[in-house]
Design a protein around this ligand. Structure first.
Ligand SMILES: NC(=O)c1ccc[n+]([C@@H]2O[C@H](COP(=O)([O-])OP(=O)(O)OC[C@H]3O[C@@H](n4cnc5c(N)ncnc54)[C@H](OP(=O)(O)O)[C@@H]3O)[C@@H](O)[C@H]2O)c1
Length: 302
């Protein structure tokens, strides 16, 4: 099949491209960076250099595709430390660009990378943009089939713990404790998406994707053991304290509030209510597997 991927060769895009090429598909990968073309070709795919902000470029690139994979990224909206960016509005516009390009190109099968929390209009913090983009794509004509992929939090987010482990000797967040929550590897997400692309499309479908279910304290123990700090703890601070820490280093207020509220909803469990009603089979990559990658990154940054 002819498949067009947005998301370049990022966390999901790279393993997804690799898998789809190995399965014999003709894969086109959209990147905003001309110097990414060589790496895309090395994976056996065709580079298409342009932006998700450009509906004309998207329509042209999607034309003739059997399936398009659509993702929207905060990175495309701006820098987290730019106080003037409205991330939610900018990403909603990317959703509109995708809708317009799907109609103009005549593509009939869409896989959309959404997220845990997309079922919530509010109370999910920064994830509100995923709710909005699902709603925008749901306005496409019924002749367009869409598979909405809702992964939970990526293990790779845990790399951001390294700074506080070094500076404060602990993982610090506005939630914690012993209640398990789901986490996912981008490798498992790529496998699920590749599998969904090869199975029939009909109407609109939502699928959650997760790899393991572990508590914050279990995360601290696993990462601590992997880096040779078996006493590593997950320390909880208030929402107000976390927000004030982020604002004090100059973070965009929408981003700071959005991540604080998202993490609070992880802690209260409200973010996971719909997930537990539609709980998926777990993928192959477990926390102890990711802990090895975490240890490598931790030691490299020391
Ligand atoms: N992290 C989590 O826990 C989590 C959980 C659930 C859902 N999600 C969602 O997953 C998505 C992130 O997926 P990912 O990690 O695979 O992405 P990623 O690794 O951040 O890759 C996204 C790529 O998009 C490309 N890009 C940036 N701006 C662009 C533009 N203007 N036009 C075209 N391409 C552009 C960049 O590649 P180039 O530099 O080559 O252009 C970038 O590497 C987000 O929607 C996020 O909300 C994340």
């Amino acid at each position: 099949m002819k498949i067009v991927l947005t998301g370049s060769i990022g966390n999901i895009g790279k393993p997804l491209t690799d898998q789809l090429v190995r399965q014999g598909h003709r894969v086109t990968v959209i990147s905003s960076q001309a110097d990414r073309a060589g790496k895309i070709r090395e994976l056996g795919a065709i580079p298409a250099i342009g932006s998700m902000h450009n509906p004309g470029f998207l329509a042209e690139t999607f034309t003739g595709a059997d399936i398009v994979y659509l993702m929207e990224t905060l990175e495309a909206a701006g820098d987290f430390f730019d106080k003037d960016v409205d991330f939610i509005d900018t990403i909603d516009q990317i959703g509109q660009n995708y809708k317009q390009a799907v109609v103009a190109s005549g593509v009939k099968k869409v896989v959309h990378l959404s997220s845990i929390g997309a079922h919530m209009k509010e109370g999910n913090g920064i994830l509100a943009f995923h709710h909005n983009v699902e709603a925008i794509l749901n306005q496409l004509p019924e002749s367009v089939s869409i598979k909405f992929m809702r992964p939970v939090g990526f293990y790779t987010n845990m790399f951001s713990f390294i700074r506080n482990i070094n500076a404060k000797g602990a993982i610090i967040s506005n939630y914690g404790g012993d209640k398990k929550e789901p986490w996912v590897s981008p490798l498992d997400i790529a496998s699920v998406i590749a599998q969904e692309m090869e199975s029939p499309f009909e109407g609109r479908k939502i699928r959650y994707i997760a790899s393991d279910e572990v508590s914050p304290n279990e995360v601290a123990a696993a990462l601590g053991n992997a880096i040779g700090k078996p006493d590593l703890s997950w320390h909880v601070i208030s929402d107000e304290q976390l927000l004030s820490n982020w604002l004090s280093i100059g973070m965009n207020a929408q981003i700071a509030k959005g991540f604080t509220e998202m993490q609070a909803s992880q802690g209260s469990g409200v973010l996971y209510e719909d997930y537990y009603l539609h709980q998926p089979a777990l993928g192959n990559v477990k926390l102890h597997d990711f802990a090895k990658d975490f240890a490598k990154a931790y030691h490299q940054q020391l």
